[in-house]
Design a protein around this ligand. Structure first.
Ligand code: MLC
Length: 459
């Protein structure tokens, strides 16, 4: 495939015709202890595919692109931090997001001759081609961009919107809310309606809502510093290199229908009717794909494996944060060092369900936030100690298939920064109750995984 960059534009938050309003586009907000550990992670990358019957170059450049750009500028007015950057001054404990007048979101406009139907499908797709649909997110020691976009035309087929975001600035829930807000304003603009965001899509930037009563900010900063490879610049905002995509890697989407989930739920109940299990769609889907993955990896059954997922604490804090809180309000929960053979036997799926069920149930135990630093520290220490470390990006609650700019819902949404046991999850596009699971690995491993996945559903 070839990808031609047509334009690199900067979109600044809309200020109207009144130049005095420009000063309203300046902002400084500190990171919280929820944000700080994510300085050590690679940025999330997602691609939304939109199929269009009319996607000639002419229509794309004269109609679609101007509407996307203008509505982006409009929505950035409410989502100012996205146009800024992270900085970490010598006299400050922690980094902050700084937005100055005329700061902008970098947007790359490209055109590709790749096969839209292939890349936006569910089967095995070349990971290297999918990666070309998301932009770089510039960073240096002194400053790191927060958010960048790439809009790619597949002439006469459709277009994709890919983003790369700084994880220390916002989590998946905020990113989904932003995308929905952008679509909301795009549709209002195209229909010549009054431009305004509903409360549910208006972010709350109020950092005073996240109280640090026990010095967690300082503890998190210390932890982040101790884990940096480069000890010469303790305030560096550089990140290590992203995991290389390997030649021959393919990304595929595994689907569990609502009926599949229900059958798997029944399988748990029939194997264990004593323990009160938390058998949500999320638990069933993660447990099922995890057991298939561990089986597909083969190898020594004694090897140690761990599994983790992120929890949204907005509704779990006392008092809760607004659902519209902008930033990170997530923290991982983990089951460490189980033997792989626990997941490969007849009761492997039930074992995984019980572990995940216990982790979800543990969330109601007081002290989850007070111990957040210790829990992250143990996590970072343990990364190298397990052969496989299951992690879920995304969620089956983000409603990504509702992200419709006015030309129809996306035909497909993919998390791109996944590989191996870092998997992604989303709800099904055309059915409530099911799940889509993204995975990326080499083709031979993927074939093996597919066969475990499909045969396991037929039992
Ligand atoms: C901890 C959890 C994973 C546990 O999920 P569960 O689904 O098992 O448990 P739960 O208590 O939330 O929901 C249990 C049941 O309650 C009901 N229920 C609860 N909340 C609901 C909601 N918002 N919409 C619809 N149903 C809901 C459902 O019936 C569900 O069962 P049923 O489902 O069977 O109907 C989740 O609560 C959570 O916090 N999810 C968000 C994780 C997150 O933000 N990840 C992104 C990380 S950032 C990232 O990765 C970057 C990026 O994305 O870009």
């Amino acid at each position: 495939m070839t990808l031609l960059v047509v334009e690199v534009a900067q979109i600044i938050p809309y200020t109207g015709s009144d130049s005095i309003q420009n000063s309203a586009n300046s902002l400084t907000i500190p990171l919280t202890f929820f944000d700080l550990p994510w300085l050590l992670f690679q940025p999330p990358k997602k691609v939304f595919f939109y199929r269009l019957t009319e996607s000639t170059r002419e229509h794309f450049h004269s109609f679609i692109l101007p509407n996307l750009k203008l509505s982006l500028s409009l929505v950035l007015r409410s989502y100012l931090p996205l146009s800024g950057c992270l900085t970490w001054n010598q006299d400050e404990l922690k980094p902050r997001i700084v937005v100055s007048q005329n700061d902008a979101v970098l947007i790359t406009i490209a055109e590709t001759d790749a096969d839209f139907s292939l890349l936006s499908g569910y089967g095995q797709r070349p990971a290297s081609e999918l990666h070309t649909l998301t932009p770089e997110l510039p960073f240096s020691d002194d400053a790191a961009s927060v958010f960048s976009l790439q809009i790619t035309l597949f002439p006469n087929q459709g277009f994709s919107i890919g983003y790369t975001a700084h994880h220390a600035v916002l989590d998946g829930k905020t990113l989904s809310m932003f995308m929905k807000a952008w679509t909301h304003l795009c549709k209002q603009h195209m229909e010549n309606r009054v431009i305004s965001l509903p409360e549910t899509l208006t972010p709350s930037l109020d950092r005073s809502l996240v109280e640090d009563l026990t010095g967690l900010d300082e503890q998190m900063v210390e932890m982040v510093r101790s884990l940096r490879d480069d000890k010469t610049n303790m305030r560096s905002l550089s990140r290590g290199p992203a995991r290389e995509i390997e030649y021959g890697d393919v990304l595929a989407t595994f689907v569990l229908s609502g009926d599949d989930v229900e059958r798997l739920r029944e399988r748990c109940r029939s194997q264990d009717d004593r323990s009160p299990l938390h058998i949500s769609t999320f638990v069933i889907a993660y447990a099922y794909v995890w057991t298939c993955f561990v089986k597909a990896c083969g190898g020594n059954g004694e090897r140690l494996v761990s599994l983790l997922f992120s929890v949204d604490f907005r509704t779990r804090l006392v008092p809760p944060l607004p659902a519209t809180y902008f930033g990170n309000c997530i923290s991982p929960v983990v089951c460490y060092k189980r033997k792989a053979e626990e997941f490969t036997g007849e009761k492997g799926f039930l074992t995984a369900v019980k572990i995940l069920s216990d982790l979800v149930k543990s969330l109601s135990i007081p002290g989850m936030i007070e111990t957040i630093r210790e829990r992250f520290a143990i996590l970072f220490k343990s990364f190298g100690e397990s052969s496989q470390f299951g992690i879920v990006a995304g969620s089956n609650r983000f409603g990504v298939y509702e992200i419709d700019f006015g030309w129809g819902r996306p035909v497909k949404v993919d998390v791109i920064n996944i590989r191996g046991e870092l998997i992604s999850m989303a709800e099904r596009r055309d059915e409530s109750g099911g799940v889509e699971i993204g995975m990326c690995m080499n083709k031979t491993e993927m074939d093996t995984l597919f066969s475990f996945f499909n045969s396991g559903l037929q039992n």
